[in-house]
Design a protein around this ligand. Structure first.
Ligand code: PLP
Length: 433
């Protein structure tokens, strides 16, 4: 048995296995293109976060699954069964979570533009927390909560001024973000002052999210430092005690062999140590800590399988392998040249001596999944797999060119089951009058 990139993708006697199921067997039942999602892997990640956060942050701390990474009913049910929370960024995600029976008191509603209707809908669904982005939203929540006669819990989204990709604090960094209220401009302080004046709004603490696909722990340590200093500052200025500090998501995931292997437990341990040190030094109450992992819970639990339709060699220039999916199920290379590992499903152990570009089927030259991939020689009818597609693939999928969305098949303890069915042509015209 050989492992490819992550331990849920293996080869045995020339056959490719995903989460211990022969991939060609799943394809026989469900066809291509298809998203496979390893439920055991998702639960494994959730449990790593859960136990590390309990140990290093203390009781009450937990991960909130950032469901924009991948949102459909069955996934909210899995998250619910693990007893953790979720973060949602739109009324559509909220609706999906409600439809799945999610405990909405553990849901956090993000976004830089929530309409009055969104706010009302969320309150009627029993939403736990709004993560308030700015002053207008605060006013809208106050007004609607007053009308409904409820007290609404909120966190304030704070921009701490950290650029995770330069690995150091920059005093103005993040100030230009469309999200949240910056500490540096004084808006964050103003938001606290305004929140405390409101009658129907209960300020519980603060949120920050510094970025995504971050392999180092230092930017998170910086975030703890800045956010705890802000908590201490708000305590001295307004006598406000923060119960909650939500540090957002962003831990990195291995997409290719060259990416580093990181330990989420070690990161959490380092963040916890900094938190304890800061709380002591600043003499503040230790808040409950939430993290919002999206990618790191679901990315390596996913794999997409396609059928090859053509192999076109442009002499001396490049070889195109065209597949029956593309930017409609995975727009990430088109959007930001994201790296992916591509393998052969039929010949997973064969020598990879054929350099090619994997092209989607859309009428769009930029519809590329990956360039300069090394595969064994492939031909029409072969299957190829793109690894680590659990995050920001299905959730970013579209119907461009009227291509129906691929289904999602979840595998749990060696048994595949349909979690999202393949879209039909009838689905495509459902809203057409
Ligand atoms: C996108 C996002 C996350 C998740 O980020 P990952 O990199 O997928 O872990 C968490 N919180 C907020 C507010 C986000 O916008």
């Amino acid at each position: 048995m050989k492992t490819i990139l992550h331990d849920n993708v293996t080869t045995r006697e020339g056959e490719l296995y995903f989460s211990n199921v022969k991939v060609t067997d799943i394809i026989k039942d469900y066809g291509t293109p298809i998203f496979l999602l390893d439920e055991n892997k998702i639960r494994e990640h959730i449990n790593e976060y859960k136990s590390a956060m309990k140990e290093y942050f203390g009781e009450g701390s937990m991960p909130l699954y950032a469901s924009k990474a991948c949102s459909f009913k069955e996934l909210y049910r899995v998250v619910k069964s693990e007893g953790v929370g979720t973060d949602i960024v739109s009324p559509g995600e909220l609706y999906t979570a409600v439809a799945a029976g999610f405990d909405m008191s553990k849901a956090f509603f993000h976004g830089n533009n929530k309409t009055d209707r969104d706010i009302e809908f969320a309150m009627d669904s029993g939403l736990g927390y709004f993560v308030v982005d700015g002053l207008e939203e605060l006013d809208a929540i106050e007004k609607i909560a007053l009308r409904k006669g409820i007290k609404q819990k909120i966190l304030l989204r704070i921009t701490p001024g950290i650029d995770p990709h330069t690995h150091k604090k920059i005093s103005t960094g993040g100030v230009d973000s469309k999200f949240g209220s910056a500490i540096a401009t004084g808006l964050a302080e103003k938001m606290v002052k305004e929140s405390l004046k409101r009658y129907a709004v209960v300020l519980k603490g603060f949120h920050c999210h510094i970025g995504s696909q971050i392999f180092e722990v230092d930017p998170f340590i910086d975030a703890v430092e800045i956010m705890t200093e802000f908590i201490a500052d708000m305590k001295s200025k307004f006598d406000f005690v923060a119960d909650v500090l939500n540090l957002g998501g962003g831990f990195g995931v291995r997409y290719k062999e060259c990416d580093p292997i990181i330990s989420y437990t070690e990161n959490i341990k380092a963040i916890g140590a900094k938190l304890d040190e800061q709380c002591k030094a600043l003499n503040i109450k230790k808040p409950v800590i939430y993290l919002e992992p999206g990618r790191s819970l679901v990315a390596d639990a996913g794999m997409t399988v396609y059928e090859v339709g053509s192999v076109k060699s442009i002499e001396g220039i490049k070889n195109y392998v065209s597949i029956d999916g593309g930017m409609t199920d995975n727009p990430r290379y088109t959007l930001y040249q994201s790296p992916y590992t591509v393998i052969s499903v039929n010949k997973p152990e064969a020598a990879c001596d054929f350099k090619c570009t994997i092209a989607g089927r859309c009428c769009e030259s930029g519809d590329i999944i990956q360039e300069d991939v090394m595969l064994p020689k492939v031909e029409r009818g072969d299957l190829i797999a793109v690894l680590v597609t659990g995050a920001y693939n299905y959730s970013m999928s579209s119907n461009y060119n009227r291509i129906p969305r691929a289904p999602v098949v979840m595998v749990y303890n060696g048994t595949p089951r349909l979690a999202v069915r393949r879209e039909s042509y009838e689905d495509l015209i459902l809203n057409d009058m």
